[in-house]
Design a protein around this ligand. Structure first.
Ligand code: NAP
Length: 479
């Protein structure tokens, strides 16, 4: 079930949130502690205002909520709310048997026994969850993983505690896979927000339902993802998930924040993952775990795509093809014979090799000259410093920008400030956020032909999709 955590301060406001999200959710949690004081006394009315089951929760400050009432007052408030038709009530682990529990059992309201850890993961997490479930209640653990190996510990709960009714939540960015793949963790439900997250790392109900189809994940669903750090800004889930859907492939693609590539491979094996994309900073560190690499990876020394092949993982690089696709016809027609490549990082390596492979004469400009020299030596091209950029004005057919200068939020930076375009150049900036970088807007003013980072992103994603599924990327018709 997808559960919407209700964050409005009035019952009417919360009923409106349920209506607005009704197509995405199965159940809602009324957080009485987030209601205005007057509204808290009316909480029992809420279940009759909506057409889905509701969880009653009055979260204490120590558990991340706003309720600062004495325990006696809190019990009174919960008892009066229970007079309404709630389906579940959340009672914290440390609360001894009391009249709230008795009233809930008499009324057939299911009890969720919960504990929260905002600092980390308790060492005895498995036995603690087991103890909470002993009286037939639903055990709930909301904990804070700090590494990908903590995330693996959470996924293992599904095997360690088979048959136990439970809700397991990894909070923060590390925990996001446990929220999306909640059915693989063995959770009865996952919590979602309407817009702004109520708890760290919460995803919107709309994304869980319409982007990830999280409630349809089964033991057979093929799992793909993207690893990086940071990675939550990645737009690759918006490319792959609609693609899987359009070809009727039972698969899901989600972001994994990863610190240790070695630990991630353990998780990937555990989840029987079929493949994943790789972004900064793991494009090189992933290499030592691969049993097979493509010719491009060998040459470029960086891998952005990993797929499962019998008995091993295979690494490929689609940045190379993704970059070339939008300009291939200009190279083939002879319009592009020379290029100035700004930057000498991981992306530049793939781009310089792609251009040289097609016979384009390349000069690399970089802040750190030695890095430009290294790539130039491998690819038989020229190199220079960024300060000398103006020497090349009017000398090249294409300018490719591959540094991170100008990337969100530094919209007003340009690594070759003052460079004058003639208007005849093709100018390609591989940054995709923002779409129109400062460098591109200056090139546009001069009348140059522009190519955007999102073109490369989409092309490399489509090729990845082919490697993942064996199918061409489909035409996507849904919004
Ligand atoms: P990287 O390996 O970290 O390389 C960063 C490059 O930026 C280096 O050349 C570095 O110069 C330069 N740089 C960083 N800060 C600078 C500054 N203040 N002044 C001058 N130069 C600076 O990163 P990468 O993997 O190559 O990625 C670079 C950019 O490409 C990122 O914005 C990334 O999002 C984008 N990208 C886009 C796509 C796509 O599909 N559109 C694919 C891959 C990457 P030094 O060598 O002097 O440090």
């Amino acid at each position: 079930m997808i559960c919407l955590t209700l964050s409005a301060s009035t019952l009417e406001g919360n009923a409106e949130l349920v209506r607005a999200n009704r197509g995405y959710i199965d159940i809602a949690e009324l957080r009485v502690d987030l209601l205005d004081e007057k509204e808290q006394e009316r909480a029992s009315l809420f279940p009759s205002m909506v057409d889905i089951p509701v969880i009653l929760t009055l979260r204490r400050v120590q558990d991340g909520g706003r309720c600062s009432l004495s325990e006696r007052q809190r019990r009174q408030l919960l008892l009066s709310a229970l007079e309404g038709g709630f389906a579940y009530v959340d009672i914290e682990e440390d609360i001894k048997r009391n009249e709230v529990e008795t009233a809930a059992r008499e009324r057939g309201v299911k009890i969720i026994r919960s504990f929260h850890d905002f600092e980390g993961m308790p060492e005895d997490i498995y036995s603690r969850i087991y103890r909470l479930s002993e009286r037939g209640d639903i055990a709930k653990a909301a904990v804070t993983p700090h590494s990908i190996s903590d995330v693996l510990t959470l996924f293992r709960i599904s095997d360690e505690l088979k048959g136990v009714d439970k809700i397991i939540i990894g909070m923060g960015d590390w925990g996001i896979p446990t929220r999306i793949l909640y059915r693989r963790v063995g959770s009865l439900l996952t919590f979602a927000s309407a817009a702004d997250a109520v708890a760290p790392g919460q995803i919107t109900a709309r994304d869980l339902k319409t982007l990830y189809h999280a409630d349809e994940v089964s033991g057979k669903t093929a799992i793909y993802g993207i690893i990086g750090n940071p990675v939550m800004h990645s737009t690759s889930p918006q490319i792959h998930n609609p693609g899987f859907r359009a070809i009727n492939y039972d698969a899901i693609y989600l972001p994994f924040q990863v610190d240790s590539v070695r630990s991630f491979f353990s998780l990937a094996e555990y989840l029987h993952m079929r493949g994943f994309s790789v972004t900064i900073p793991h494009k090189t560190s992933v290499l030592m775990f691969l049993g097979n690499i493509s010719r491009e990876v060998k040459q470029i020394g960086s891998c952005n795509t990993v797929i499962r092949v019998p008995g091993m993982w295979k690494g490929m690089n689609t940045d190379y093809y993704g970059f070339l696709a939008p300009i291939l016809k200009d190279i083939e027609s002879g319009r592009v014979r020379s290029a100035l490549v700004i930057g000498a990082g991981g992306a530049s390596k793939a781009i310089v090799w792609a251009l040289r492979n097609r016979g384009v004469k390349v000069t690399i400009l970089n802040r750190t000259l030695s890095r430009a020299a290294d790539i130039a030596a491998l690819n038989l091209c020229e190199f220079d410093t960024l300060e000398n950029a103006r020497k090349y004005e009017g000398q090249v057919d294409m300018v490719v920008q591959t540094t991170s200068v100008g990337l969100y939020p530094d919209f007003d930076l340009n690594p070759i400030e003052g460079f004058r375009f003639t208007g005849r150049e093709i100018v390609y900036d591989i940054i995709y956020k923002p779409r129109m970088t400062k460098l591109l807007s200056e090139a546009q003013k001069a009348g140059c032909t522009l190519h955007y980072g999102e073109e490369m992103l989409l092309e490399q994603g489509k090729l990845q999709f082919e490697l993942f599924t064996g199918y061409h990327y489909p035409r996507i018709t849904e919004a």
